[in-house]
Every structure is written in structure tokens, then in C-alpha cells.
Design a protein around this ligand. Sequence first.
Ligand SMILES: [Zn+2]
Ligand SMILES: [Zn+2]
Length: 397
Amino acid sequence: MSQSLRLNTTRRPMISREQRRQQEVLRLLRLHKRTVKCQCTYCGATGSNMRRCSLCKSVRYCDERCQRADYIARHRSECTNFKVPPFTTTFITQPIGSLKYALATVFARGYRDGVGCWISIRGTRKASLVGLASSLSMRQSEESARSKILMAAALGGHHAHKDEHASWHGPCLLTVQVLLQNRRKDGRPVLVLAARSQAISSPHESSMRLLMQKQRDCDAPSTYVDEDCRERASLQVASSNWDGKPRMYMANFDGAEYSPCQPKPYQHPPRSVLDANRGLVVLHPGQFAVLHFQFCVGDGSTIKTEWQALRCLERFLVPCVSPWDGQDAANYDEDATAARLHAVQCAIDAQAVDDYYRDIIDGNEAAFVASHHSNAQATVCTRGLGRVAQQDRRARA
Ligand SMILES: [Zn+2]
Ligand SMILES: [Zn+2]
């Protein structure tokens, strides 16, 4: 019997658990959505027709009185300082229901000229680096079989990644999930130059060395000297092996969800997407977008997990022209140096990274799954790993 057939028979019960797990997360999300939509942020009363702050879309009120009172007491500074991201089920930054960790833990945050930016990581629960579903080179290997079992056991909540291909390994691709929002009070739009986003290393030599190793089929990272005369590595958004386009996609525009797993993504992109390949997106006040980018980190063998990559990085830069006067976008979309000047700088919170990945840093994948999910999931995960190890031994014998 071939190995793949054997894998299929052993995997069947785990898939139903995984489906149960996804159903549970969806139920929690629906419940959370209802609570948020029906509760007044100021007085706590519940109702059906709540009005929300049109600029940040993160708070709701029974009426104008509650809204005005909260604005004076608290919300004025919260709104302008981008304390809380807009509410969307694609980017839940607080733990909900029985979940111990948020579905999108914020690891970096920043704002500039009325544009706010929140950054999370979108990988597997095992914290491996994986590729975006839309552009992956598929290869059958023991590593991918192993990761598929772990994925089946551990992946939850990220229901957009139902596609089988999503569980195949990419070559050390760090997938970041970026939420951007325009909160300009003068009503003017901003232009996001998403494909020009960069991940910047810390100035330490060891971090730079780890990040600078060029991978086969990946763009070479570059170095530059920052304003404090320190050399840093700067990683561009990786380009696809297939068509050379930047590896990114938009998961959500102002509340409407998009999936990379549809046969033809962006069949009807919103009018605000000026150029999908260059990631040029216009945001009018109050509008937000959730974008996924990938960066190549390591040489395919030295960096295996997200926390290792995040420890070598210091910040992400997301270039935005704010305000945008409607000029030809090509005027701004020039080179890396120009992009750095326009960028919203998002410093990585090292403590948040360590807190989230503590169990895997201490070297135990099963403990990580258990702490981020439930013991039942961890048991499935451990059992799956045991089976793969057994098959490996049998294959070698
Ligand atoms: Zn109220
Ligand atoms: Zn607000």
C-alpha cells in the first residue's frame, strides 16, 4: 500500500474533529458579532439599531447622547490614536468565547497622517511558515505530509484557508495580515502602496545574516543605512514563482470578505482597488482593508517558525500617500527609498511575540496547540505526529 493511502485512512477521524473545531469557532464569531453590534459601548444597554462611529467603526451607541458623552469622556483620543481597530470578524484582536488567544493577535501597530495600521501573523497553529493558497509550488514530501496532519489537528478559526493547497509548505514565507484604515477628519482619501511594503530587520548582525540569506526563486533582500546610521536588512514583499507578481491578496475590503481559494479571486474587485498587482488601494475616510503579504525569510532551512523570523525583525513599513490628491499613482510607486518616506511605521512588540509563542519557543508543539486551543486538539496533534514518526520508521526499515 502506498504511503498516501495509509495516510488517508488514519486521517479520517481527525478531519471530523477539525470540522467540529471550525464550527465552534464560527459559532463563537457569530455570537461575538451579535454582542458587538447590539451593545452600546458607553452605557452597556442592548438594542438593535445601534449607531457606530463612522470614522473608526470600532464603537457603537444607542443614540447621539451616548455617542457625545463617550466622545468627550474617552473616545476622542482613542479614535485619533488608533487604540482599537475597526470591528470585523476577519481581524478579531481579542480572545473570544473559550479561546485563550485572539484569532488575530496584534504584533505590530502604527499610525501616521490619519492612517492606522495593525499587523498580525497568519500561519498555522503550529507556527510554521506557510505560503498563500493562490500561488504555491506544490511538492509531495514527508515534511508536507507531516504538516498536513498537524494542520488538520491544529488549524482553526482561519476558515478562509479551507483549500487543501493552503496546507502545503512554502519556502520560509512569513505571512503577515495587515489591517489599514483611513481616519482622516478632512474627508480626503489615502492611497495604499501595498506591494511596496517592507519588513525591516533589527540592526544586529545575527538577525541580518539570518534574514539576508538569499533563497532560490526569491528576490534578494537589500540593506540600507537608516537615519541613525545603522545598517539594516530590508525585505520586499516576495514575488510569486509562477508569474512574478507580489505574493499578496486582499482578504477584506470595508467589511466584504474575499477568499484566495475561489477559482478566480478578484473577479469583481471593489472600485477602490486601482491595481491589484501593485496593491494600489484607495481608502476613503472610515474605510478599511485587510491585506495579506508574504516575505521570504531565511534560506529555506535556517528559519522555520514565525517567532524566529519576528525576533529578527524590528518593524514593518506600509507605504501610504495621505492625503492622496488623486494624482497618477505611478508618481508615488517608484522605489524602496521613496516608499520608506511615505510609510506607516509599525514597530514589532517583542513581548507580544514572546507571549504568543511562549510554548513553541520552549520547544513543545503540542503544548503550543493546547495553550492556543484545547487539550483535545493537542491530543489529536500529538497522535498525528506519532503516526507520522511510525510511518517514517516503517518507510526506512
Ligand atoms: Zn448607550
Ligand atoms: Zn471613532
